[in-house]
Design a protein around this ligand. Structure first.
Ligand SMILES: [Zn+2]
Length: 344
């Protein structure tokens, strides 16, 4: 079998027309160049679609072979084995299996590795980063969704004083400030990575019971303690970053940022951790957990409409519609209330 090819010496760009034959495990070149080499010392490039294949000599000289079918016959005749990767690439079954394995790795990584990694990253990030992100978020919310509080200063100060006087749970006490805002999003409360715990006027007016308000604050402090929002941000950025690498689409990352900031939904696990923190805090202060449970009971009751404690019908702006905001990030359920009341 004789195959036409081009020979390059690897030093100049000059092209030599040659013929390649193989006999007794030795490759022979004839034509512009006469050369021979044991085939064991030759390196054959991977088989790629329609690209000329390259046969490299130990000294860097190489052949370009255009006639692929004939060359493949020659390789088969000389029992050349493609690397495992090439053989897998050419086998659709193996390709499918590899794809399935990749999907499994991504899914398992998403479920198990990503949260753990996000936790590690959140813990190793300097506090300044948390503060910056928190401040940026608050500025954004102040511009678009929040307004200065209308609660009397005395009322605000009393709530802050009351919370400050509470004993912390045995764990570390995260740094925090309590801020009040009038809101266009109804009764709500959230904690930003900067340590700002924002209470809307509406949730203070709605809950009325100060112990319940302490419960909301303790729960939000639990989110801060576990750095839940940072972990969520890191996780979503990681997914965005992975999407960028896989699909080359940067817009996925950019599109993601406002969603995460506004849609502060935590996982069930995060909610449970924050509840546990609040439970521990209530226990440490000898406070009734019924007040903590009442937050979710009350809000849950309002969600389905009905009467307020003062007997007035819930109005759309501050009542049922507003409730949805807090409840969407803090789903109320009988199970949750039970847990708060019965946790050891
Ligand atoms: Zn929560």
């Amino acid at each position: 079998m004789t195959i036409p090819a081009f020979y390059f010496d690897g030093k100049t760009s000059r092209k030599y027309a040659v013929f390649l034959t193989v006999e007794d495990d030795t490759a022979y070149l004839t034509g512009d160049i006469d050369r021979q080499c044991p085939i064991g010392q030759l390196r054959v490039s991977e088989r790629l679609n329609r690209a000329a294949r390259k046969v490299t000599f130990p000294d860097g000289a190489y052949l370009e072979v255009q006639d692929n079918p004939a060359f493949n016959d020659l390789l088969a005749a000389t029992r050349h084995r493609d690397s495992l990767v090439v053989r897998i690439q050419q086998n659709w079954r193996a390709t499918l299996a590899a794809l399935a394995a990749l999907v499994a790795v991504v899914v398992l990584g998403y479920i198990y590795l990503l949260p753990a990694a996000a936790n590690l990253i959140a813990k190793s990030l300097p506090v300044a980063v948390d503060r910056q992100i928190g401040q940026g978020t608050l500025e954004f919310l102040d511009r678009h969704m929040l307004a200065p509080t209308k609660l009397p200063a005395a009322r605000r100060e009393a709530l802050i004083r009351r919370f400050r006087a509470l004993t912390s749970p045995p764990e570390q006490w995260p740094q925090y400030q309590i801020l009040f805002r009038h809101s266009k999003i109804g009764p709500n409360a959230f904690a930003l990575p900067s340590g700002d715990i924002v209470l809307t006027d509406e949730i203070v007016l709605l809950l009325q019971d100060d112990d319940a308000i302490m419960g909301v604050l303790a729960h939000e402090l639990g989110h801060l303690h576990e750095r839940h929002l940072m972990r969520r941000l890191i996780q979503s950025s990681a997914i965005g970053a992975a999407a960028t690498v896989l699909f080359g689409d940067v817009s996925a990352v950019i599109a993601n940022i406002p969603t995460v900031l506004l849609d502060m939904k935590y996982s069930r696990d995060a909610e449970r951790e924050a509840d546990d923190y609040a439970i521990a805090m209530f226990k440490a202060n000898g406070m009734s957990r019924a007040a903590l449970a009442s937050v979710f009971e009350k809000l849950g009751g309002h969600e389905s409409g009905g009467k307020r404690e003062d007997g007035k019908e819930t109005d759309k702006a501050g009542g049922a519609a507003g409730m949805a905001a807090y409840l969407s990030s803090h789903p109320s359920s009988a199970e949750r209330v039970q847990r708060i009341l019965q946790a050891p």
